[in-house]
Each structure stands twice: as structure tokens, then as C-alpha cells.
Design a binder for this molecule. Structure first.
Ligand code: AMP
Ligand code: MG
Length: 340
């Protein structure tokens, strides 16, 4: 069995955090940036809705964010940056994306472009090779992004299935005690989420209507937006097969709910479990020896990749808990295990 080391970045959170509420002045902005750099969760005003922000480069922070939102699956998150230069460090901009970014940023337009893989954590992208990027128009959000100095993931600051919050009170009603800080800058101006375009295709395709009207985008492009050939279950959930194909999947078969390790297989385990056959496993990695689902989510993609490169014939995955982030972890593993 080859020795693969566990990522060192994980530190258990002191739960439950108390949620502080700060005015969005200079001191508040600096504190928000400090908490973000330290891996914390901050509700941040943007011109669309309040976002639940975390460091998009830190898989543990991203896992905590998914846990706080109570999302049943890991949706890809939008990376927020303060300007186009920062955006180009996060993704590759095709000509049309560049034109639209120049015309509409800062503003309620999100562009999905091919990712620069090292610039955001794979968990923040939910395994996609593309990344969604936006420069918000809110002065407070921009100041925090500049001070944080790294891409910030920020889905709406509500629990999954609830409506998006446009005031600090809405955020508190949903997330008090589950996040570290709220930066209160009063009500949001736009009140609906950003328009999302898939700019990995030409012409770009509308993924989600939102705060910037389709007609305005089409006028700027001098062309109609493509209709995405692929349906979506809700405004929030991708069910596009083309998109699925761009999900990360190991090159070898993944076998879920494995109760034994078969010859030639590597083992992806949890909470120290060693099913029969483990002694002969090509390699073993534990998503979380201490049975912490946040740590498990943070390790998921890195561990799959590491096991995939060991030369094992397949990856056996032990049965995982179904509660909390377990659902999202299973969802991603099922996609990785799906026949291709
Ligand atoms: P929100 O919850 O408002 O932050 O919006 C996030 C939504 O952006 C996701 O649910 C997806 O619909 C979309 N999105 C984010 N990243 C990507 C991506 N890489 N490819 C396609 N859609 C994306
Ligand atoms: Mg939302």
C-alpha cells in the first residue's frame, strides 16, 4: 500500500460560532476580510442579495458553507472578485466573455468560463472544469473583496430552499449561530440574483435570468443568446448532461457502498473503517478519520484524484453517512461512479 498523506489544512471549528453583526464601515470591512482569510463564513451585502461568503480557495471553508446552507448537493458557487484583472486570474475569458465583462462589470452578471484549476478549490466548483465569476457593484462587497485578496465564493445567505435575503435581518433569521459575521449595509438594491451566462459556448447561453435583462446583453453582443439545449430542474440546479460530463470523474471505476476491497482496488474510507480486503488495497485514504463530514467534503476531490493516480484498477468507497453533508458527498460520488 502506498503512503498518501492527508491534507494538513483541516482544523475543526469551535461549534457553534456566535454570529457577530458589524456595521459596514472601514473597521467592519477589514474584520470581514480577516475572517474570510481565516476560513470563516461572512454574510456580505451585494447589490443583488446578501451573499454567504467564504474563501473560494479553501475547501474546508467551502465545506462549512455548504453545511451552513444545508444544501442537499454541492452546487457550483460563484467566485466573486473585485475587477476584471482578478477575474482573469480565476478563469480563461473567450472574446465574448471579455466584451461582456468589460461592458457590464461591476454588475449583476455572472459569466461561466473555463476555470484556471489552481485558482479556486474544486469543491467550490463542485467538480466542474468551468468556473462562474462575477464582479459585484456594491461598494462594501468590492472593498471586502479587495481586502481579502482572493476569490470569494458567495451564494445567497439563506438556508437551502428559503428565499434569498435582502436585509441583514433576513440573514439572521436563517443563519444566526451558523456563520461568523454579518456585515450590515442595509437593504440590497437589486433584490434578485445575477443573470448567469455560460460563456464556454459561442454565442453564450442564458443559464439563469436575473438582475441584468437578456435584451441588454443581446444588444451588447449584437447577437441572440443561445438557448441552452439542456433543461434545468430549478433555477438553482444543473441537470444538463453536457455539464455533467464536465464534472470531475476519476479515470478508473468507482464502486460505492463497498463492503470489501477487491483485488487491485484502492480504498476510499471514512472514520477509520477497514473492510475485508483492506490489507491488500492498492492505497487507502480516509475522508475523515475523526468522522467529521465537513472534513470529508473538503477532502473529497483531492482524495479521489490521489487514489486515481495510484494505478489502482478501481476505487472502492465504504458506505458513508447520509445525513448533513453526507448527502452532497454521496451525490458527487454517484456522479463519479456513473458509467461514462
Ligand atoms: P447562486 O446560488 O446565486 O450563487 O448561483 C450559483 C449558480 O450558478 C449555480 O447553482 C449554477 O446554476 C451556476 N453556476 C455556478 N458555477 C457554474 C459552472 N461552473 N457551470 C455552470 N453553472 C454554474
Ligand atoms: Mg440562492
Amino acid at each position: 500500500m502506498s503512503a498518501l498523506s492527508e491534507p494538513a489544512s483541516y482544523r475543526p471549528a469551535a461549534h457553534p460560532p456566535t454570529t457577530r453583526r458589524l456595521a459596514a464601515d472601514r473597521a467592519g470591512i477589514e474584520e470581514a476580510a480577516r475572517v474570510l482569510r481565516a476560513g470563516g463564513l461572512v454574510a456580505l451585502p451585494t447589490e443583488t442579495v446578501y451573499g454567504l461568503a467564504c474563501d473560494a480557495t479553501d475547501p474546508v471553508a467551502v465545506a462549512r458553507l455548504y453545511a451552513a446552507k444545508g444544501r442537499p448537493s454541492f452546487n457550483p458557487l460563484i467566485a466573486h472578485v473585485p475587477d476584471l484583472d482578478a477575474a482573469r486570474r480565476v478563469g480563461h475569458f473567450p472574446a465574448e466573455a471579455l466584451a461582456l465583462a468589460t461592458r457590464f462589470w461591476p454588475g449583476p452578471l455572472t459569466l461561466v468560463v473555463p476555470a484556471k484549476p489552481e485558482a479556486t478549490s474544486e469543491l467550490a466548483r463542485a467538480g466542474h472544469s468551468s468556473v462562474a465569476i462575477r464582479v459585484p457593484a456594491h461598494e462594501v462587497a468590492l472593498a471586502v473583496l479587495r481586502a481579502a485578496g482572493r476569490p470569494i465564493a458567495a451564494p445567497s445567505a439563506n438556508r437551502s430552499g428559503h428565499v434569498s435575503p435582502t436585509t441583514a435581518e433576513h440573514v439572521l433569521a436563517d443563519l444566526d449561530g451558523a456563520i461568523d459575521l454579518i456585515l450590515d449595509a442595509g437593504p440590497c438594491a437589486v433584490g434578485i440574483e445575477s443573470t448567469i451566462l455560460d460563456a464556454t459556448v459561442a454565442p453564450p447561453a442564458l443559464l439563469r435570468p436575473g438582475g441584468l435583462a437578456r435584451a441588454e446583453i443581446e444588444r451588447a453582443l449584437g447577437a441572440r443568446l443561445a438557448r441552452h439545449a439542456t433543461p434545468r430542474s430549478t433555477a438553482d440546479e444543473l441537470i444538463a448532461p453536457g455539464m455533467m460530463a464536465s464534472h470531475y470523474a476519476p479515470s478508473v471505476p468507482v464502486r460505492l457502498d463497498a463492503r470489501e476491497v477487491r483485488p487491485g482496488e484502492a480504498l476510499l474510507t471514512y472514520a477509520g473503517a477497514r473492510p475485508p480486503g483492506s490489507a491488500h488495497a492498492a492505497a487507502i485514504l480516509d475522508l475523515s478519520p475523526g468522522a467529521d463530514l465537513i472534513e470529508a467534503a473538503a477532502n473529497l476531490f483531492a482524495h479521489l484524484r490521489a487514489l486515481d493516480t495510484t494505478g489502482a484498477a478501481g476505487i472502492a468507497v465504504v458506505p458513508l453517512p447520509r445525513e448533513g453533508l453526507g448527502e452532497g458527498i454521496r451525490d458527487r460520488l454517484e456522479r463519479a461512479a456513473a458509467p461514462r
